[in-house]
Every structure is written in C-alpha cells, then in structure tokens.
Design a binder for this molecule. Sequence first.
Ligand SMILES: Nc1nc2c(ncn2[C@@H]2O[C@H](COP(=O)(O)OP(=O)(O)OP(=O)(O)O)[C@@H](O)[C@H]2O)c(=O)[nH]1
Length: 600
Amino acid sequence: MSKVRIYTLAKDLGVDNAKMLELLDSLGVSYKSVSSTIEEDTVELIKQILEEEGQAASADAAPAPASAPQPAPAPPEAQSAPQATATATAEREPQAPAREVPHRAPVVTIMGHVDHGKTSLLDYIRKTKVAAKEAGGITQHVGAFEAKTSKGRVVFIDTPGHEAFTTIRARGANVADIAIIVIAADDSLMPQTREAIAHAQAAKVPMLVAINKVDLPQADPERVKTDLTQLNLVPEEYGGDLIVVPVSAKTGEGVEDLLEYISLTAELEDLRADPKGDFSGVIIESRVDRQAGVLATVMVQQGTLHVGDFLVVGENYGKVKAMTDSNGGRIKEAGPSTPVQVLGFSEAPSSGEKVVSAKNEHAAREIVAQRVEGRRDAENARIQRKKTLEEMMGPLGETRTVNLILRADTQGSLEAIQGILAKKETEDVKLNVMLAGIGSPTEGDVLLASTAEATILCFNVTASGGVKKAAEQRDIEIKSFRIIYELIDEVDRLIRGNVEPVFEERYLGRAEVRMVIRHPKSGNIAGSYVTDGMLRRNARAKVTRGRQVVYEGTIVGLKRFKDDVREVQTGYECGINLDWNDVMEGDIIEASEMVEVAQA
Ligand SMILES: Nc1nc2c(ncn2[C@@H]2O[C@H](COP(=O)(O)OP(=O)(O)OP(=O)(O)O)[C@@H](O)[C@H]2O)c(=O)[nH]1
C-alpha cells in the first residue's frame, strides 16, 4: 500500500469523513477533499490515534475491496464535494448540516465513444438490478431507469451514444450528478471519449471511468489508464484522484464494483432534495404518440409531482393528465430523482428544458406571460453581466482562462493549430482547449461553449444553419477561418481580452452629382458619376459643396439604372439615395467606412 484515498480509509476504519478530515487537520496534513490520497505514514499515524481513542473499528486498513458490500458509513455531515479540484479549504469548515432535507438518489449518465459498450452496460445493470416487476412487462422507453443497489436507488439516464445526439448528452450531463465514462479496453480513448470527458468537466459533475470489455483477450486496461493520465486525469492507482473500474458488460465482472463506487460518490456529493418543497424537474426526452399525444419524460429534481399539477416548460404550459414510472406502471405522484413519463403537454418540450409547477391554470399562464415579457430584459442583463465580468477580469492582471473549442477539417490541421496555441500561453492568460474535433461544429459544441463561456474556432469547416442559430440564441461566437494564421490572430485578440475594439475610418471613393432626380417616395436621388475608388451601400457619406461640408450621413440606397446594387466602381454612373433632400448638382459625395483595426 503506497497511498490511500481519504474516504476509503475512513470507510475501512469505520469513522465518518468529517472525523477523518479533523484528524488530518490535527496532523497538519494538507488535502483538497475527501477524494485526495494520503501517504502510508499518515495512515499509520491515524490508525494509532484512533486506537488510542478506542474508535477504530478495525486495526487493519487494507485498501477498500469495493466488490464486497461494506457497512454503510455514517451519513456525510459537513463534508465537501468529492472532486479534489473543486473543493476549497474553506468549504471544509463545519457548516450547519441540512439534516431536515432528506437524501435523494443519484442520477447517473453514461457517456463514451460509439461501440464502447454504453448500451450493453446499461442493459446489464437493467437486467440484473431493476426490480423484478418489470420482467415480462412492457418495457417502455422513458430514457431513464432506476436500479436498486445495496446502498439504495441509482437512477440511470439512458442517453443515445451517437455523435448526432451530442446535444442530449451535453444536457444529460447537466441533469446528471455523476458521469460514467465508458472506455473500451481494446480501443482506449477515442474522439467521443474526449468529448464526453469535456462535457462532464464543463458540467462539473464527478466522473468515474468504466474500462469496459476487459473480458476480451486483446483488452489492455493499463493502456487506457496511461492514456487518461495524458489528459491530466490520473487514476488513483497512479496516485491521482480518478476512480477507474474495470468492467465487462458481457460477463458482469466489475459491475457491482462500479455500482458501489457510484453510491460512494453519491454519498460524498451529499445529494439532498425536499419532497415537500416546490416542484422542479428537467425534460429528459419527449415524443409525440399518435394516440396519446405528447409524452415527455421528466426527471423530478425537487418537490413532488402529482397528477393534476400544472406544469410550465419554457413558454408553454400543460396539465399532468397521467404519469408512468420507468417500469411502465401508472403512478399518482413522484418524488425527487424519479424519472416519470408525463402525459399532458400540448407541445413536445426539448430535452434538457426545465419544468416548474404552478398552483392553477391562471398561475401557469401568468408565469408564461412573465417569461415572454422578461426574455428580452434577461438577454440584455446577461450581455451586461458578461461585459462587467470581462471588464473586471481584464485589468486585474490575474490569470485569465480563455476557453476554446476547436474544429478543423483534418487531424493534421488540428494538431498544427494546437501546436501554435501551446506556445501562446502566458503567465496571465491560459488557453484552455476544451474540445478539439474534426468536422463542423455541432449543437453540442454550442452547449458546451455556453456552459463554459468558450469561443468556437473553425478551420476549413463551417457551421450549419441550425448550429449557427443555436449559437446566436446562446450568444456564442462561432468564427471560421481558411488561413491558420488568421485563426491565430483571433486567438491573439482573445488573449488580449475584451479591450474595446478600435475603429478607423477608411476612405472608399467619391462621386460627382450631375443631376438631381425628384423621387416621390425615396426623396431626392443624386444622379452621380464615380470619379475615384468606389461607393458602397450603407457606407458613410460626406457631402461637400465647394469647400464646405454640407451633410454627413449614410448612403441608404445605390442604383445602377433601375437595379439596386451593393457597389459602384470608378467610371460608372449611379443613383445615390442619401435620405437627404437638399443635395444639389455639383456636390461631391465622399464615401468611407469604419473598419476594426488590430490593437497594438
Ligand atoms: N466482449 C465484449 N463485448 C462487449 C462488451 N460490451 C459491449 N460489447 C459489444 O460491443 C458492441 C458495442 O456495444 P454497445 O453496447 O452497442 O455500444 P454503445 O457504446 O452503446 O454503442 P452506441 O450506442 O452505438 O454508441 C456490441 O457488439 C456489444 O456486444 C463487453 O464487455 N465485452
């Protein structure tokens, strides 16, 4: 035994985590969270102290054999989150425990690369762990199911595994408390594995790795662990904090261990929800049934959902006419961490949307009206907040992280870009490439970017209309480049931060007014001849008469004969509409435009 995880030791010695942290504090041992590992010497010291105190349940502190059901540790009291990285020292201070709020079951999402065995693993758990009443019954697809373990319920979200469902997966990670990343032992890390990891990290959910297919002769779990280490995810066997469980969805090997670790992680997360509180939930999926109408799977997160409740999703509302649990049984109410299929929405809500309840129809309508009204305000406020934050972050001189999502046409160009970016980091600015993928950006990328405030940079690929729209809605920038160095210039701009852009006026061209045409609708049109450069619609216009500037405005319309045109070059005649009626023959119209110039 070289190093032992704090909570594993606590469990072996039969003391609670808070007590263990107290002991470590008294010994002056530093740690980030109960997931951190401690040295063997420290373990011995702790055992001695406990023996002296007569508290140790066992003097033997072997590393946790997770497969055998352990006595449940005392409920976590004032402990922190299990993610070492997310836990600050201050959070370890004893807090008033919310004892009155009961624990709830963890919601787990399984993610990973295509064919690495997500469905098989879920199927194995479903078959062996779901209550017997389902057997023989109609298995309804509700996108989630509940498993019974020795430690209680665990809810699994059954998210589709294909690239096209990245959106659902991304939202799945937000619904979930724990993410299981499935990696095939014969294949190791693949693009979608990295993507799944990026999503879990962005959603800040604790992550467990299941190395699947260990039954295969070509399985190489050690390679998977080494590859993970290269992503800065260090398995606990290598002295890190990442829990890695070898499993086989085929033989069932290790699945019990995995469930055990899920329960343990959930305990450390101290997940609680009040069944008596106000109801809130999330849409897992929805579909339209020809006969029944809209069927939506709702994950109850807080409070209790009842048949007859009014629900509001986005800017729509509905009344719960009937509810079915994940076993297909009719139910009248559902408490926290319960996935239920709800009948009663008039329009199919989108996966990941939030659901709240209203007292009655009037109240539901009121909420919808407020949302519609408040949408614009909220958007403005969000933009303002973002600006303020950036203003604060800029001049402070602290380390700032620029989150990026990279998309390129080939692996070669991705590597080239990443190679250049690696050299761009400074003490003040860290470049965090959250995801580097081949092919066009997806809606999943947009979601990831909006969770992590990232910019999406594309090289030789462009976003589809749908993805562009999603990006616009979430105020996410997708920038496409055909030249690597232009992309790098953009990164330079991002590194410099939110300095107000500097614009410069650039001269475009000039025209002489040769006749004025009265137009009943558009006002006077200046029939002109372009003597220099070119004129462009929407450009700035300055009109001079002799030496005097008589007007400054915009070229609102530009015509060649009867046709509207964007530009007119030197040597051509055109009709210019300035939305100004005092233009005269002999006037000179000078056009210019404002261009953003790079900062020094
Ligand atoms: N030998 C072996 N084969 C497995 C195991 N788990 C899954 N497989 C096989 O691997 C293939 C892919 O498994 P799936 O469960 O469909 O993989 P998935 O990740 O859900 O795939 P997608 O839904 O397409 O993303 C199937 O042929 C499974 O039978 C395992 O533990 N051992």
